[in-house]
Design a protein around this ligand. Structure first.
Ligand SMILES: [Zn+2]
Ligand SMILES: [Zn+2]
Ligand SMILES: [Zn+2]
Length: 776
């Protein structure tokens, strides 16, 4: 029963609150200051490297109200993980003050990602009466840079790349006024005291500054030139998206031939001219994370064909900083906005390095004098089975952690080889790095090493173990193995990491069936896995089913040439006959001389690794139906096959379930035999069945086969992970079919299903390994 006011103890008490989570740089202290003022409670608030701490004196009842409202009225972007309260004797405070941040304590406060420009700041920038009219670095406690400008915790101006900019009188007044939305907003500035923009030519010679620089950049874009723009987490390369010649030039100079290019549009209205924008999509486009969203393109979209050749989707984002808003407003048309890098190198962050690295790509450079402390690319997402799902996790999301169910030792996971990310566990948090990229170049390897050092420094921890992939040739594995003698090294099988990454993201600790389908992953038997069904959890797995193995003539060369995967299948099914024509088989895909060489390789087993790769099965079928005998990036042929599929086609090719050889003491795995499927594809090709139907029957056949395996295994929970689950048709049809068969389907959302999510799984598997050994 509620006590009456008369019964309440009137003697004052002291309440101490410890607020943990992403609570720094979002106006939490000013919010506490205002709330304490409203309730007339004296005391103090401070940030330290662990979170926000508050003490207030007052009557118990008022203190309870204060506690409740701290939770219920917290600032919009604060991510509160816990609030711990303690009751103490009153301290005799007389006023409420914001105390200076303390450096003490374990660094567990969450670093907030960068937040896209808020509506208040945008309105201000566009209003000629405001002193920040046209100012490219406007922000407040609800928006602006965070992760990209932070040197170290706690998040205070002297610990950011804004520390060299001394606040002018007016900015200082805002910064110190608790009623102002810029009260203690760390990165604020104005045209008088903050960073400025400048336009350079490709040699670094200054062309203009301030408003004139912006106007010059917009003019260059409408003249068909290529602009390198220093943004928030790195450089963008931009050109007029309507101008086919400009886009083609950008592709050629950047050595990015086939991959689709992302677009930036002025606002939601312009996004709707290009794509079908659902309410859910609009919400995410305009969110503080402002990712690139893959949306169905409109037939009449005013965009050059060169932007995303043959692709029914366009990757679209809204401006996320005032600089991008101002530029898009000045030009008025959609622009290509792709990462400022060469091919798949990491994004460039420094203007002088940019001149060297991008000087042969861009005609003009729009730069500024606020340093970027760490690179962060744009995030990429799509909407599938009713929610937004990340394909590349970076700006707006990194470095927010995935919270797991139990305390983990400090472990560093170095990820996979392509789409690399690293991860670090501290307590119950797994901090997943921003997208680093393909570890193929020196630039990428140095970015990888930088992020590892950066993460350990930011959270001030030393790992007890390093988790790595089993593939001996991954540069991330080699980096880990070179540290032998230091922290404990724990190898984690690639698909196990995919599977457990999906479990961890969904907060599942128990047993499940992992459908892990991708292009390439090193198996425990030394072969190339990729069409795997793993039953287990973080502590271990049983490979309960996999595709029937086949040979990949040329190994990695087969990734670039899907027709080689086709030959591998045909060879496995038909032997020598696969090399003979005519027919819809291999003969049509190769010149006679090529076929002779490949036949010799297959006969002798030379450079023909054994694989169960699902990615290569997609490639093979794409090649057989005449799509992309060779590709410019992995997955290109599989994507083309997916887009082709006739959604109305319900037929499904047969896949046989055979019983494989069992390791000693284990039950035999199910081997999914694709041979009947291959025969049906060849027959349909020969009969002239439209490719649209062949593609759909192929997808439907795989869905049916996967559901059959899940039924035979009899596990209720099924997790979908691996790069193949970037295929919308496969993912949506499989998720629906599994649910109809009574399974609970676990999918990725905030962690990518591709190799960008592997580092999370590596951490959890390694922690389980250490736990087993520790007798946990
Ligand atoms: Zn703002
Ligand atoms: Zn100022
Ligand atoms: Zn993978």
């Amino acid at each position: 029963m509620e006590a009456t006011p008369e019964e309440q103890p009137v003697s004052p008490q002291r309440l101490r609150l410890e607020v943990r989570g992403a609570v720094q740089g979002v106006g939490f202290r000013p919010f506490v200051f205002r709330l304490a003022g409203e309730l007339a409670l004296p005391g103090w608030v401070l940030n330290d490297a662990r979170g926000v701490f508050i003490e207030v004196d007052g009557p118990r009842r008022t203190l309870e109200r204060f506690h409740e409202r701290i939770v219920s009225e917290r600032p919009p972007h604060a991510l509160v993980q816990s609030v711990e309260a303690a009751w103490l004797p009153p301290a005799g405070f007389t006023a409420f003050e914001i105390r200076h941040s303390s450096e003490a304590g374990v660094k567990t406060a969450l670093v907030l990602p960068d937040l896209a420009t808020c509506p208040d700041c945008l309105a201000e920038v566009l209003d000629p009466a405001e002193r920040r009219h046209g100012y490219a670095f406007t922000n407040c406690t609800n928006c602006g840079p965070r992760f990209t400008i932070l040197y170290e915790l706690p998040y205070d101006r002297p610990n950011t790349t804004m520390r060299g900019f001394v606040l002018c009188v007016e900015c200082r007044r805002e910064y110190e006024d608790p009623r102002d939305r810029r009260f203690h907003a760390q990165p604020i500035g104005c045209p008088v005291c903050g960073p400025v923009i400048a336009l350079w030519d490709a040699s670094g010679a200054g062309l203009a500054r301030g408003d004139a620089a912006l106007a010059g950049a917009a003019q260059a874009l409408s003249d068909g030139r290529i602009l390198a723009l220093k943004g928030l987490g790195g450089f963008h390369l931009m050109c007029d998206a309507r101008d086919g010649a400009a886009v083609a030039r950008l592709r050629e100079r950047k050595l990015r031939l086939g991959k689709p290019l992302a677009l930036m549009v002025r606002d939601l209205g312009q996004a709707r001219e290009l794509c079908e924008v659902s309410d859910l999509a609009a919400e995410h486009l305009a969110s503080v994370e402002a990712p690139i969203l893959l949306l169905p393109r409109r037939a009449d979209a005013p965009v050059a064909a060169e932007v995303a050749p043959g692709n029914p989707y366009l990757g679209v984002m809204l401006p996320s900083t005032p600089l991008h808003h101002l530029l898009l407003n000045a030009c008025g048309f959609p622009v290509v906005a792709t990462s400022g890098n060469l091919s798949d190198e990491p994004i460039c962050t420094n203007e002088y390095r940019a001149l060297q690295r991008l000087g042969s790509i861009a005609d003009v450079f729009l730069v500024h004098d606020r340093a970027i402390e760490r690179h962060v690319d744009d995030s990429v997402a799509w909407i599938a089975t009713g929610r937004m799902r990340l394909l590349r996790r970076a700006r707006g999301f990194a470095p927010l952690p995935v919270t797991v169910k139990r305390e983990l030792p400090v472990i560093l996971a170095v990820g996979a080889h392509l789409k690399n990310t690293v991860a670090l566990s501290v307590g119950r948090q797994v901090f997943l790095s921003q997208h680093i990229g393909d570890l193929e170049t020196e630039e990428a390897m140095s970015a990888f090493e930088r992020v590892i050092v950066d993460f350990q420094r930011l959270y001030d921890v030393q790992p007890v173990a390093i988790a790595h992939d089993l593939h001996p040739d991954y540069l991330s594995t080699r980096w880990a193995l070179a540290r032998a003698g230091g922290p404990r090294l724990i190898g984690v099988q690639h698909h196990h990491a995919h599977f457990v990454s999906c479990l961890a993201e969904n907060g599942v600790e128990g047993r499940a069936l992992g459908v892990t389908w991708d292009g390439t992953g090193y198996g425990t038997d030394g072969t190339v896995w990729g069409g795997e069904f793993l039953l287990g959890d973080a502590t271990g797995f049983e490979r309960v089913a996999h595709l029937r193995p086949f040979l990949l003539p040329g190994g990695d060369a087969a990734v670039r040439e899907p027709r080689r995967a086709a030959l591998g299948l045909l060879w496995e099914a038909q032997g020598e006959a696969a090399l003979a024509g005519p027919g819809p088989g291999a003969a049509g895909l190769f010149a006679d001389a090529e076929l002779k060489v490949l036949g010799r390789m297959l006969n002798r087993g030379l450079n023909c690794p054994v694989t169960t790769s699902m990615g290569r099965l997609f490639d093979a079928v794409a090649a057989i139906v005449g799509l992309h005998p060779s590709v410019t990036f992995e997955g290109e042929a599989a994507m083309a096959l997916e887009w082709l599929a006739d959604p109305a086609e319900r037929g499904a090719y047969p896949v046989d379930s055979l019983s494989g050889a069992a390791p000693a003491g284990a039950r035999p795995p199910i081997v999914l035999d694709w041979e009947p499927l291959l025969e049906a594809v060849l027959e349909d090709v020969q009969r002239g069945v439209p490719r649209e139907r062949i593609s759909a029957r192929f997808h439907n056949g795989l869905v049916r086969a996967a559901v059959a395996v899940a039924g035979a295994v009899g596990e209720e929970r099924v997790a979908l992970s691996g790069g193949c689950f970037q295929n919308r048709l496969l993912t949506e049809r499989l998720a629906v079919a599994l649910e109809q068969a009574g399974h609970i389907v676990l999918q990725h959302a905030l962690v990518p299903p591709n190799d960008g999510g592997v580092s999370l799984g590596q951490i959890v598997v390694a922690a389980a390994q250490l736990g087993i050994e520790g007798g946990d």
